[in-house]
Structures are given as structure tokens and as C-alpha cells.
Write a protein that binds this ligand. Structure first.
Ligand code: ZN
Length: 563
């Protein structure tokens, strides 16, 4: 009888950790028992039985809603609810879009290599693809004349869908989809990602490269082995496959290997790892959460338990990357709260956030450190930040920015938000942006950043509302005097003064503006403008009111909204 032992994996650097987390998630999803003790993951060797199935099932389960397979088969609902009496142009457009999409996918290289694996004569999808034709309506034709053509197309589509849903077909096509959508963004060159193997069964390729040698390795007497695994120090017998593996296939995902300046990666380049670490590294894509071309991994190596928890964010095909990031921060905050309750004395280290942008060939990974203070700001302003997630602003004819990304990016890099606040207020004056509430959110977040992280003087949050209200009241005075056409000129001058941090110019403009309105400058405004650090926060809050965003209105709304 073979003695079944336990495999133990200990947390290390981020790359290895991503692999361990991925492995843990794969095993957990497939119902295997895993133990998380401190920073160690433990599971029985027998969990590696049929691991190739578990590996692909994990990705298919998580990413199916994003796949082209899903998009193609989801048209079945349309076919089932099709009624010729209610046929309209909208349906025809939808059908034509679908046909165009499906034709492209069915003849793509990835699908073609899938057909080679399925090796089945029942139906040839490349033939079926040719039968799909867009519906064209001539001017003389009535919509009802198109019914026979449409019915014929729906019949072809149904046949394609039924075939794609067959278990053995689905298994291969979905595996091809997730290899392309997720796995290939993290590693390449070996196993099913070796170009020569693209027409081989990926499950078998995975097994033969990553798991088949592990059992032998585990059973071997290792005390005479003279080499050590670069990653986990385990003994290895030879510096060649299958006794050990190199890391170049993973390197490609990291830093540009052609640049000799990267010591870390050169170090990896001539290093050898044991078969178990080889398996761990193959699971890196499962450690990340990926949305389209972007992925995130949180290296919170406090404990194995937390590490897995914070990297297990559920997503669906409507989730944007910004939403995923936003959700991830709250998982971190929750996990910190939890571990603080459990171990009151434990100091929380900084947390490393690793982001992948696979469209960036040269530098696909970015690393950010999230300090506890920054996390506090993110948590305290949760509602405000969440509202920014979907806020996309057109800044010029072809240039769009996402406000969440802009604000979080500055926070990460210890930069204040004044430039983006200024830009948004200018866009508002130019009639190109009207969501002034977002500007207020950014002013508040930034005010906390200035006080909490930069250690400078911040403005009491209720004062921000009051000052904004003063700006709004001055606007009313101008409106009553029918001089509203002067407001934007004043705003431009004030914004310019703030941009160049010119306090005198700001004050002069302000004094003139009040004089024209026949009013004295309110004392509270004068007081608030006294500190150097406060000029910009106070100034922008005032301009926000002057441009028409009422402070009073916000006072009630914000307080309710931010608990
Ligand atoms: Zn190892």
C-alpha cells in the first residue's frame, strides 16, 4: 500500500504566493480538504489525482460568463422566444451582430485547434460557419418576407449551439477559451501553451508536464540528492527535466527578460525548481482575479487564511476592473478587522497589490503598497469611491478617464488630487462635464489624504460644506443681479490662481467679486484661507459652490450616504 503523505506549502514572495493561493482555490473549489495553518497550506497527496480536471474546471467555473462559448450558446433563448408575428428590425440587427460574432469565433485559430482535439465527424463547425449569413433586407421587401430566411438561419444556429453544448465538445472549447482569456496572460511556452502542442488535448498536456512526475518525486528517497529547489529548498537530483524545471516560462509574464538590469529576474532565469513548485507556479493564473485583460492579486501575507480570502472576489460579466479593485479593498479591510480582533497586538504590515495589464507587453505588472493609513481613507470614503467606479469623463475628443482609477492612482503614489479637481471644474465651465457631486467627493477624499497621510493641516469637513455654500450664495447674488454671465470669468480666474498657488491673486479676485455683489467677504472665508495648506481645499470648495453645486444640499445627502 502506498503511504499517503501531506504536502505543505509555505508563503514566500508574491509570485509563489499567487501560485499557492491559486492551488488552494482550485482544490477548495473541487471539494478537496485543505488546511490553512499560519502561513502554511497543507493537503494530502491524493488531492493531486485528476488535478488536470480540477485545474480546468476551476477556471471554467469562474470565467465561463466571460467566454465566447457562453456568448454563442446564450442565443438559444432568443431562438426559443422567436415569434414571426413580432419580428422587427431590432431583432434582425441583433441576429446579424450575433452571426458576425459567431462566424469570427468559429473560424478563429483557437476554435480550429479545439476541433482538432475533439476529432469528431458528427458535425464540422467550419462547414456550419459557412452556412451562417447575415439577413439583408432590400427596399422592396417587407419584413415578413424575411421570415423563411431567418428561420433557416435560426435552424443552423441551433445546430451549432446543440453541438457546442455536448459535454465532450464543451469541455474542450471552454478550456480553449479560458486558456486564451486567462492562463496565457500569465505563462507560456510549456505544456499546452507550447505552440507544438496546441492541437493536443490540454488536459493530457497539463497532466504530463505538471503532475505526472510529482508522485514519483514524492516517493523517491531524496537524501542523496545534491541540488536544491531555488524556490522551496527541497532536494532535487538533477538540473534537468523531469527532475527539475526552469522558470523561464513564468519569467515571461514578469519583467522583460531582455533587459539585463533586472537582477531579480536574471536570478530566476538560471534557477531550477522542484516538480511541486513547478505545479505551484502553473496555478498563478488562479491566484489572480482577471477581468478581460487586467488582473489583480493581493499579497497580504499575514496568514494563509486571509491571503486566500482576500483573493477570492466573485465576479460576473458585468463587473468592471475598477469594481473588482474596489471590492478587493473591502475584503482586505474586513480581514484586517478580523485579525485585529483575533490578535489584538498584531501589527498589520503594508499590503502589496499586484496588478496585471496584459496589453502592456513591456511592463505587464505594476506593484503598489497599500499602507494601513491609505486603506483607512479608502474604507472611510467607500460610498464616494464606489460612485466614482463608473464615472468616465471625456477630457478631449479621444481621451476618456475613469475617475476611480485617477483618484486611487494618485492616492497610491502619494499625490494630492488638486490637478484632477482643477481639470474637472474647467471641463464644467466649458460645458463638458456636469457631475459636480463627484468633484465634491474628490475634495473630501483629498482633504483626508492631506490630513491623514501628508500630515498637514486638513479642513474640518463641515467647514468644506459651509465654504461651498458661500460660493453658492455668491452665485445667487449674481443671478439676482442678472450678472450670471460674469460667473464663469471669475471661476476661470480663481481656478488659475489656485493652479499656480497664487494666494494674492485668489484673494484679489475674491474681493472684487464680493464688491461687485455689494457684499463683504464673510469672515469665515477669510479665516479659512489663512493657512497655506488650506488654500486649495477651501478655494476649490468655494469655486464648486460658485459653479452651482449647493453645499447645503450636500450636507444632508453626504452624511446619510457615507456611513
Ligand atoms: Zn520547490
Amino acid at each position: 500500500m502506498i503511504k499517503i503523505g501531506a504536502i505543505k506549502l509555505e508563503l514566500s514572495d508574491w509570485l509563489y504566493n499567487a501560485g499557492v493561493v491559486g492551488l488552494a482555490k482550485i482544490l477548495e473549489t473541487s471539494g478537496d480538504t485543505i488546511k490553512k495553518v499560519g502561513n502554511v497550506l497543507e493537503f494530502n497527496e491524493e488531492a493531486l489525482q485528476d488535478f488536470e480536471e480540477k485545474y480546468f474546471n476551476y477556471f471554467i467555473d469562474k470565467y465561463k460568463p466571460f467566454t465566447s462559448w457562453q456568448r454563442i450558446i446564450s442565443f438559444e433563448d432568443e431562438i426559443n422566444s422567436f415569434e414571426e408575428n413580432t419580428l422587427n428590425d431590432a431583432f434582425i440587427n441583433k441576429l446579424n451582430d450575433y452571426i458576425e460574432y459567431t462566424k469570427t469565433k468559429l473560424k478563429s485559430a483557437s476554435y480550429k485547434s479545439g476541433y482538432a482535439i475533439i476529432d469528431d465527424n458528427e458535425i464540422d463547425l467550419l462547414n456550419e460557419e459557412k452556412k451562417l449569413k447575415k439577413i439583408k433586407k432590400s427596399k422592396k421587401q417587407l419584413i415578413s418576407d424575411l421570415v423563411p430566411m431567418i428561420k433557416e438561419q435560426l435552424k443552423y444556429i441551433q445546430a451549432i449551439i446543440s453541438y457546442l453544448k455536448r459535454d465532450d465538445v464543451k469541455k474542450i472549447i471552454l478550456a480553449k477559451n479560458i486558456i486564451y482569456d486567462v492562463i496565457a496572460k500569465f505563462w507560456s511556452d510549456v505544456s499546452f501553451l507550447n505552440k507544438n502542442n496546441s492541437k493536443n488535448n490540454m488536459y493530457e498536456e497539463y497532466k504530463s508536464y505538471f503532475t505526472s512526475n510529482i508522485m514519483t518525486y514524492l516517493k523517491d528517497e531524496k537524501h542523496k540528492y545534491k541540488y536544491q529547489c531555488f524556490s522551496c529548498d527541497a532536494p532535487i537530483s538533477k538540473l534537468s527535466k523531469p527532475a527539475s524545471y526552469d522558470l523561464t516560462w513564468v519569467n515571461k509574464m514578469g519583467v522583460d527578460m531582455s533587459r539585463k538590469t533586472s537582477h531579480f529576474w536574471n536570478f530566476y532565469g538560471d534557477s531550477f525548481i522542484c516538480p511541486i513548485c513547478n505545479l505551484v507556479y502553473s496555478c498563478i493564473p488562479a491566484g489572480f482575479t482577471v477581468i478581460r485583460n487586467r488582473g489583480i492579486f493581493i499579497n497580504e501575507n499575514n496568514s494563509m487564511e486571509n491571503m486566500i480570502k482576500v483573493n477570492n472576489t466573485s465576479i460576473n460579466n458585468n463587473t468592471s476592473f475598477e469594481e473588482l479593485e474596489e471590492k478587493s479593498y473591502f475584503k482586505i479591510a474586513d480581514s484586517i478587522k478580523q485579525s485585529e480582533i483575533e490578535r489584538a497586538s498584531k501589527e498589520i504590515d503594508n499590503i502589496q497589490i499586484v496588478k496585471l495589464d496584459s496589453r502592456n507587453d513591456r511592463r505587464p505588472y505594476t506593484f503598489n503598497i497599500l499602507s494601513k493609513k491609505k486603506l483607512h481613507i479608502i474604507v472611510n470614503h467607500r460610498k464616494r469611491l464606489r460612485a466614482l467606479v463608473n464615472a468616465t469623463v471625456k477630457v478631449s475628443s479621444n481621451d476618456y478617464i475613469n475617475l476611480y482609477r485617477e483618484v486611487i492612482g494618485r492616492l497610491y503614489n502619494n499625490k494630492n488630487q488638486f490637478d484632477i479637481i482643477n481639470k474637472l471644474l474647467i471641463l464644467n465651465l466649458d460645458g463638458k462635464f456636469n457631475r459636480l457631486g463627484y468633484v465634491k467627493s474628490i475634495i473630501n477624499i483629498n482633504n483626508d489624504f492631506i490630513g491623514g497621510i501628508m500630515g498637514k493641516q486638513s479642513v474640518y469637513y463641515k467647514d468644506i460644506d459651509k465654504i461651498q455654500q458661500l460660493g453658492y450664495e455668491l452665485r445667487n447674488i449674481y443671478e439676482i443681479k442678472k450678472a450670471d454671465n460674469k460667473i464663469s470669468g471669475i471661476c476661470y480666474r480663481l481656478l488659475n490662481a489656485l493652479k499656480t498657488k497664487n494666494q494674492n491673486r485668489f484673494m484679489d479676485t475674491l474681493i472684487n467679486a464680493y464688491m461687485y455683489g455689494g457684499k463683504q467677504i464673510p469672515v469665515i472665508l477669510l479665516d479659512a484661507l489663512k493657512g497655506d495648506d488650506k488654500l486649495q481645499t477651501v478655494g476649490y470648495a468655494f469655486i464648486l459652490g460658485l459653479q452651482g453645486e449647493s453645499g447645503k444640499l450636500n450636507l444632508g445627502k453626504e452624511e446619510k450616504g457615507n456611513e
